[in-house]
Design a protein around this ligand. Structure first.
Ligand SMILES: Nc1ncnc2c1ncn2[C@@H]1O[C@H](COP(=O)(O)OP(=O)(O)OP(=O)(O)O)[C@@H](O)[C@H]1O
Length: 255
């Protein structure tokens, strides 16, 4: 099987700054389909990385290869269909829920798979949502899940998820996590999953990428990362995140 993705010396400068890098010299190879959690403090460039991978932003250095072909050699629409970004703040297109579902497929010249859309709605507890409803009237959590379904209908090889469970209640969050894990198992979809929820990363991700100090500091199996965080920043990050999640705990070693 060919490599899923290679990231080569990728860099992005801080806005309008000639020599300050948000991250630089980022290298990683995803040699087989996986669910990878991307962790790091706020402002490390996790969303920016996903947006570059999804070709919504250009890098200032380096490139990304998919199927051994550099991103510049791909038509951008085809790249975006194969490697698709789902934003934290879901943006609904004008029109109804059904318009939203159909438009994404239409734009990418894919037949609209109504059966799959219905099945995904059911799995994500969206079956009560009328397809004739104006999409702008959905709640934040409904928009987030509809945006995910809209993207899944394109059957991307790589899903780039930016805190997609952040505005969901527990039941919807667990259903979404289960759907993503099942999808990976059944179809071999690779998932790059930015999250601030350590339990979510620990329970669902096989590998962890940890971003700190303008670099990808760790790329390792999830259990190893949580059991023995490899750098001081990683240890601090886990301690701080756990202390925030469990303010009553006296001392937290690792989860
Ligand atoms: N297009 C861009 N070019 C350069 N810098 C950017 C760009 N977009 C965002 N930034 C800056 O990069 C920094 C990191 O933003 P980003 O949202 O990628 O971090 P993050 O790690 O995902 O943070 P959070 O966990 O809070 O979502 C911010 O200071 C932001 O202003």
């Amino acid at each position: 099987m060919s490599t899923v993705m290679e990231i080569e010396s990728l860099g992005k400068k801080v806005f309008a700054s000639a020599d300050s890098w948000l991250f630089r010299d980022l290298n990683a190879t995803i040699s087989e389909p996986a669910i990878i959690g991307i962790l790091g403090k706020s402002g490390q460039g996790k969303s920016t990385l996903l947006r570059i991978l999804g070709r919504l932003l250009a890098p200032d250095h380096g490139t990304v290869r998919m199927e051994q072909k550099a991103m510049e050699q791909w038509p951008s629409a085809l790249w975006r269909m194969k490697m698709s970004y789902v934003a934290q703040q879901a943006t609904m297109l004008p029109g109804t829920v059904e318009d939203n579902l159909r438009t994404a497929s239409m734009l990418h010249q894919r037949p609209f798979d109504q059966q799959l859309a219905r099945a995904l709605f059911e799995q994500l507890h969206l079956e009560q949502v009328e397809w004739t409803k104006p999409a702008q009237q959905l709640s934040g959590g409904e928009k987030q899940r509809v945006a995910l379904v809209r993207t899944l209908l394109l059957r991307p090889a790589v899903l780039l998820l930016d805190e997609v469970t952040a505005s969901l209640d527990t039941r919807s969050k667990l259903a979404t996590e289960q759907l993503l894990v099942d999808l990976h198992k059944q179809t071999g979809t690779t998932i790059l999953w930015v999250t601030h929820d350590l339990e979510e990363a620990k329970n669902n991700c096989e590998r962890i990428w940890f971003m700190a100090d303008h670099q990808l500091q760790a790329d390792m199996p999830s259990h190893a990362f949580f059991q023995a965080p490899p750098t001081e920043q990683a240890r601090d990050f886990l301690q701080t995140s756990l202390a925030q999640a469990h303010p009553d705990a006296k001392e937290v070693h690792h989860i």
